[in-house]
Design a protein around this ligand. Structure first.
Ligand code: FE2
Length: 669
């Protein structure tokens, strides 16, 4: 008699256990076992438990190939879903095979699990497994389909509502409850203060400090006190939520006629703009892609989002100072170049309009499209093209946790009726056009941080913590991915003959980058090196890059004058005409302000079931060498975390967003 020991682990989340009958059948190269019920003395399959069972067969089953799990109702009780984490089988020969499951199983479902080491398609030699692999992908392709959100944008998953997603891809019940509680708390506070839905204008800047009594961070308070200061303003283009826009400037664009005379008072004594450009101390934020975008009508009047130009100077104290702002692309008399020694409120308004365009660019392009939507493209491609036994499925799937769900919900919160981007100054049409323009210009190298930093001439700019932490993280992720990929692809020829991998990258190229060859994104892989780089970029984007753009939203944007999504008056066209009253009239009204502040609260809050970069609590690999690689990855992240904490402790304005303890594995919020 051949005996197989089966260890079955039930998940530890709410309602993971089941009272239903569970049956397991083993399939081997020499036959299959009886369909065996998992039934020990007492209650089986309770939340968080591991049950041990035995399956007996008259003869050994040979090489173990597949495991089938079935669930039948317990008498007439209603559906009682079961979350199966994993099943471990010890064969009579003493081999231990891991069958990862990590999914909810419903009544009447028959789930086939692959076990043992990760396998690529050309390594399969048993007809049963070849057939199972094909069947799995066919089913997944019919279940996960592509949909076009708008022409020129990355494609999205076809689900119309998040409830259509499999249960394990939806938010856990505990996270859903936390978000609902957050929403209630915010709503009650703002309603009590009569702010929600109010169309009143702000009477003073000080009044805006009343928005949240309970929710404050050290950084959000710092912003309310320092938002007008030029050095703090400049520092935000390096170390706040949108650090990917400024470039070193060695020559002024012809449409930005800043003269030596204009900026002389703000440069080091005796220096000139020309000399500072030669030294590499001048930087530019050119918002030309905003030019001519449609905007939303507010009370029958179209709002304005300008396509400005802002010049920065890295001064001898290593502070990045804005020194000249032109709010439209074409220089005219009604489009003066504003300077720091203009009337205070003129300069302040000019800086606010630069920020207005920047906040749109940050939220719609860098955050939503380049992180959330790109994450979704890779998620759908992975689910459609790679079977669960594929090594890259096992590596990548933890980095796509909750992404389909948050994007489905988030698209409604941001782009649906009343959504944050709909009520922004650009409105839906403007935002979509901005995303379309940006996407057509997105390049592969712009998403690879080392190349991005060099291309923008920012290799040596001081106090650029986003770069410092980001590059270290890029290297740590890259060395982890390199070890993993080289383990599964010892040669380039293995890459070329992996048809599933080739289909995966082809789906991403077609549905994510819309077949745009000029983007430089790969449409096929020829070498191991290419695979390593692309997977590094994917993991970096959905974890590190998303954290950089997401986690500081409340800190920097809950104070509306520092992060406006709409400004209600046109930008200044002449100098010397504004006052603090103009600034107040330009800000969004009370209701609009609190709505946006509430959203950034939700987007930057911490939730209990977060999984941080490099943590892989779901055991998917059977190979001991892989576990070792994961441990090394975690150890390096932990060292980096200590170094960042130490660095931040001596900074007036710390940069915590890329501390690995703050970075989630995937886009989940
Ligand atoms: Fe996000």
């Amino acid at each position: 008699m051949a005996e197989y020991k089966i260890e079955v682990k039930t998940g530890d989340m709410q309602y993971a256990g089941t009272l239903d009958y569970i049956y397991v059948t083993l399939f081997g190269s020499e036959g299959q076992s009886e369909r065996t019920e998992l039934d020990n003395y007492g209650i089986d399959l309770m939340k968080g438990t591991t049950g041990t069972y035995t399956i007996k067969n008259s003869l050994p089953l040979g090489k173990l190939l597949l495991l089938k799990v079935e669930k039948d109702p317990f008498f007439v009780l209603p559906e009682d879903e079961w979350y199966c984490s994993k099943i471990e089988v010890t064969t009579p020969e003493g081999d231990v095979l891991l069958f990862p499951c990590y999914r909810w199983i419903s009544r009447g479902e028959l789930v086939e699990l692959r076990g043992g080491r990760a396998m690529k398609v050309f390594e399969e030699d048993h007809p049963l497994l070849i057939d199972q692999r094909k069947k799995e992908l066919m089913l997944k392709k019919s279940f996960y389909q592509w949909k076009i959100l708008a022409e020129g944008l990355p494609h999205i998953s076809h689900f119309n509502d998040a409830s259509e997603l499999p249960a394990e891809e939806r938010f856990s019940k505990s996270r859903t409850t936390e978000i609902l509680n957050d929403k209630r708390a915010i709503g009650i506070e703002l309603k009590l203060k009569g702010m929600l839905g109010s169309s009143e204008e702000w009477e003073s800047i000080e009044d805006m400090k009343r928005i949240f009594w309970f929710k404050k961070t050290a950084m959000s308070e710092y912003v309310t006190e320092h938002w007008k200061e030029d050095d703090f303003y400049g520092s935000q283009f390096l170390n706040a939520v949108n650090p990917n826009v400024i470039k070193r400037c060695s020559e002024l664009p012809p449409n930005f006629p800043v003269t030596e005379e204009m900026v002389k008072p703000f440069l080091e004594e005796g220096s000139t703009l020309k000399k500072e450009m030669e030294k590499g101390n001048i930087f530019l934020h050119d918002q030309k892609k905003m030019d001519g975008l449609p905007t939303r009508n507010r009370n029958g009047v179209p709002m304005q989002v300008t396509a400005g130009l802002c010049l920065f100077y890295m001064n001898p104290e290593n502070k990045l100072m804005p020194i000249a702002i032109q709010l439209h692309q074409k220089p005219t008399e009604q489009n003066p170049i504003f300077l720091p020694n203009d009337l205070d409120t003129d300069w302040l308004l000019a800086k606010m309009f630069i920020k207005l365009a920047d906040v749109h660019d940050h939220e719609a392009v860098h955050h939503l499209m380049n992180n959330h939507f790109l994450g979704e493209v890779c998620t759908v491609a992975t689910l459609r093209s790679l079977p669960t036994i594929h090594p890259l499925y096992k590596l990548l799937i933890p980095h796509f946790r909750y992404t389909l769900y948050i994007n489905n919900v988030g698209r409604k919160d941001l782009l649906g009726p009343g959504g944050a981007l709909r009520i922004s100054a650009l409105g839906y049409d403007g935002v979509v056009e901005l995303m379309r323009r940006s996407h057509s210009e997105t390049t592969y190298s712009s998403l690879c941080l080392p190349e991005n930093i060099t291309a923008r001439g920012l290799d040596t700019i001081p106090n650029f913590y986003y770069r410092d932490d980001g590059l270290r993280l890029w290297n740590i992720i890259n060395s982890f991915v390199k070890a993993m990929v080289e383990c599964f692809y010892p040669s380039d020829s293995e890459v070329r003959k992996d048809t599933e991998l080739q289909e995966w990258i082809s789906e991403i190229f077609t549905h994510g980058f819309l077949g745009n060859k000029a983007s430089g994104f790969p449409e096929a892989f020829n070498t191991v090196e290419e695979v390593i780089k692309f997977i590094t970029m994917v993991i970096f984007t959905v974890s590190v890059q998303h954290a950089a753009g997401n986690n500081g939203q409340f800190d920097y944007y809950s104070w509306a004058p520092n992060g406006p999504l709409l400004l209600c008056k046109p930008p200044p066209t002449t100098k010397g005409q504004s006052s603090m009253k103009t600034v107040l009239e330009t800000l969004p009204n009370v209701g609009e302000t609190v709505k946006l502040a509430a959203l950034v609260w939700l987007f930057s809050d911490d939730y209990h079931d977060m999984r941080y970069l490099g943590s892989y609590p779901e055991e998917r690999f059977n190979e001991p060498a892989i576990k070792q690689m994961m441990e090394e990855f975690q150890a390096k992240l932990s060292c980096l975390s200590e170094a960042i904490t130490t660095r931040n402790s001596s900074l007036e304005v710390p940069y915590p967003y890329l501390n690995p303890t703050q970075i989630e594995n995937s886009v989940t919020i």
